[in-house]
Ligand binder design. Structure first.
Ligand code: G6P
Length: 611
């Protein structure tokens, strides 16, 4: 994680970097810093949010037109002024920002200490900057040469941007494993971890690839690989508007993004679903249909909320396509030496497209010959580029740390994929196919209907905001929604919450039930309805408080539950798209009621670029 921003041009660098860091705060927000170069390099760094840097009032903030900045999510060393980036090398010549982890930093540090280097911080980054200095000094190398040599010895992931004393008109950056975008302006360049700090200045961007090094001046970008061969930069046009990354009148990004869902799902379906003519077009699938229809197995690899979307898709793909599906935590998958056979298809799900565990798991699977299909939100991200094919979720930028609209867009893409593959495999009949398409077309409107009940959900939230624990239960397609609901509540409100398959509750969690425990059932009308009614009885019999997400026409559960949250009727296969919405709103309103920073919950980061 961590966010980095840099600027070189003729405008004042400080406000551009400060604003950019604020946009990247979702990547980490426990300390931040900026280094500017005017007469010399000066640095300001502070524990806490980026806003802490606003107090910097030295002359250099008015004069410098070059600088680098960083917002941190601590890995090595606690959040503190000293551990904040940028870090400067012992001879004061090099100052750098870093996103990633240097895994062999301890041995490098030992080498450096033996040579007399001293360290002000506990970070791996300070080791790296001194390691580059050491190589540069010993060999009389240019910065670029020293970086190339140093980075060959570094194990881990990084994006670094380096400023060097004596070279006020040049930044040098390098990437492996963490993201870096360069914005190309008129006589100026912007560097950042993603495009959000860049978008208001230019829409022309270059995504730097792994093992590439960029030498950037006001007017020029020279891109090279670590073998010192020059690469022609590929300039892309960003398809993103500034308004998409602003709050648009909502109190928080999270609320805006929850309310975005009718529009984001419409965007996700646009150009793909033609329900009038019953056509579903998914280019990434269409071009590789036989790979999917002949797949022996599908392995879904993801983390966090995206993993929950994977679980829902397991149910959907197995039901519609009759292909065995396994859903894997990327971090476990990559280290377990998994069996990958020819005929296996790997589907990677990721909002950011940068999650390190997912990325590395895919690299391993790709090396073993697997076909990788990416279901990714961030266009041009590392996972999107690593995949053989894919389908973007088109949810638009998601800024709130807790994922909401990305989840429903992921589900929508995965449902479309399953419907398409099922028809082609003939495991799905034409009449069912048509029915699902008609149902899908109605989803955005139905999501809006759920959102219209937000005031009722807010009341439920206020009622339960003081709870210490929560249990979320669901069955079938709604079981992963229970997991996602619990995760959302934990992330946003710091209330302990567990998600379980409703029937599994009898094998342990039921011991927790008493009159103080709210139990949230995802209990929309589906094949398990009767069963879940019994589970609700079991909770009621033990005096637990029951909150239920129910279908609009439900009367039975309504009569049993303490509180209900209603969603329109929909085919059970698509039910998660609706039933998750009340859980998102509930978490949001509880977080707000508790006075918490729902957009930036403690200890979390949106894009987890460390393993
Ligand atoms: C972090 C975020 C979660 C997200 C997970 C996976 O933990 O806070 O919201 O679900 O990473 O991220 P990805 O970008 O790969 O979907």
């Amino acid at each position: 994680m961590c966010g980095i921003v840099a600027y070189i041009g003729s405008q004042k660098a400080y406000p551009i970097i400060l604003k950019g860091l604020k946009r990247l705060e979702y990547r980490g927000y426990d300390s931040s810093g900026i280094a500017l170069y005017s007469e010399q390099i000066e640095t300001c760094k502070r524990k806490g949010r980026v806003a802490e840097l606003e107090v910097w009032d030295e002359k250099i903030t008015e004069t410098a037109t070059v600088g680098i900045g960083h917002t941190r999510w601590a890995t090595h060393g606690e959040p503190s002024d000293a551990n904040a980036h940028p870090h400067t090398s012992n001879n004061g010549q090099l100052t750098l920002v870093h996103n990633g982890i240097i895994e062999n930093y301890a041995s490098l540090k030992q080498e450096l200490v033996q040579k007399g280097y001293t360290f002000k911080s506990e970070t791996d980054t300070e080791v790296l900057v001194n390691f580059i200095e050491e190589i540069q000094k010993n060999n009389d190398y240019t910065l670029e040469e020293a970086m190339r040599v140093a980075l060959k010895r570094v194990v881990g992931a990084y994006v670094i941007i380096v400023m060097e004393n004596g070279f006020p008109d040049r930044l040098v950056a390098a990437r492996k494993g963490s993201p870096l975008v360069i914005g190309v302006g008129e006589g100026e360049h912007f560097l950042a971890s993603d495009a959000s700090p860049i978008i208001e200045y230019t829409k022309k961007v270059i995504y730097v690839n792994d093992y590439e090094l960029a030498i950037i001046t006001q007017d020029e970008i020279i891109l090279k690989n670590l073998g010192n061969e020059t690469i022609t930069p590929y300039i892309q046009q960003l398809d993103m508007e500034l308004a998409q990354i602003e709050k648009g009148g909502f109190d928080h990004f999270m609320l805006k993004e929850i309310f975005d869902q009718p529009a984001s799902l419409t965007d996700c379906l646009r150009g793909r679903l033609d329900s009038e003519n019953q056509i579903l077009t998914l280019a990434g699938i269409d071009q590789h249909l036989s790979i999917f229809t002949e797949a022996k197995r599908i392995v879904i690899v993801a983390c966090g909320t995206s993993w929950h979307a994977g679980l829902v898709s397991e149910y959907i793909i197995e039901a519609l396509c009759r292909i065995p599906v396994e859903v894997e935590y990327a971090s476990e998958f990559r280290y377990r030496n998994p069996v990958i056979n020819s005929g296996d298809v790997i589907i990677a799900i990721s909002q950011s497209g940068e999650t390190a565990d997912t990325l590395v798991a895919l690299e391993r699977a790709k090396e073993q010959g697997a076909f990788i299909f990416g279901v990714v939100n961030a266009v041009g991200s590392s996972i999107a580029r690593l995949s053989h094919a894919g389908a973007y979720t088109h949810a638009g930028p998601e800024i709130g740390v807790a994922s909401t609209k990305a989840f429903t867009a992921q589900l929508t893409v995965l449902a479309m994929m399953a419907i398409k593959i099922g028809l082609e495999k003939k495991t799905l009949s034409m009449s069912e196919y048509k029915r699902y398409l008609a149902e899908l077309a109605l989803i955005p409107e139905k999501v809006k209907t759920v959102l219209d009940t937000h005031e009722a959900i807010q009341k439920v939230a206020i009622h339960y905001a003081a709870a210490r624990d929560f249990l979320f239960l669901g069955r079938g397609y709604n079981f992963p929604v229970a997991l996602e609901g619990a995760l959302k509540l934990k992330e946003i409100s710091y209330i302990h919450a567990e998600g379980y398959p409703a029937a599994e509750m009898k094998h342990g969690p039921i011991a927790l039930v008493d009159e103080h425990l709210p139990v949230l059932f995802i209990a929309t009308k589906d094949a398990y309805y009767e069963k879940i009614v019994s589970n609700i009885q079991e909770i009621k019999a033990r005096k637990g408080k029951v909150i239920a997400v129910v279908s609009a026409d439900d009367t039975l559960i309504r009569s049993m539950a303490d509180h209900v949250m209603e969603v329109p009727e929909v085919d059970e296969l698509l039910a998660p798209l609706l039933s998750v919405i009340p859980t998102q709103l509930l978490s949001y309103y509880i977080g707000v009621e508790l006075g918490l920073d729902v957009d930036k919950p403690r200890n979390l980061a949106k894009s987890v670029t460390v393993e």
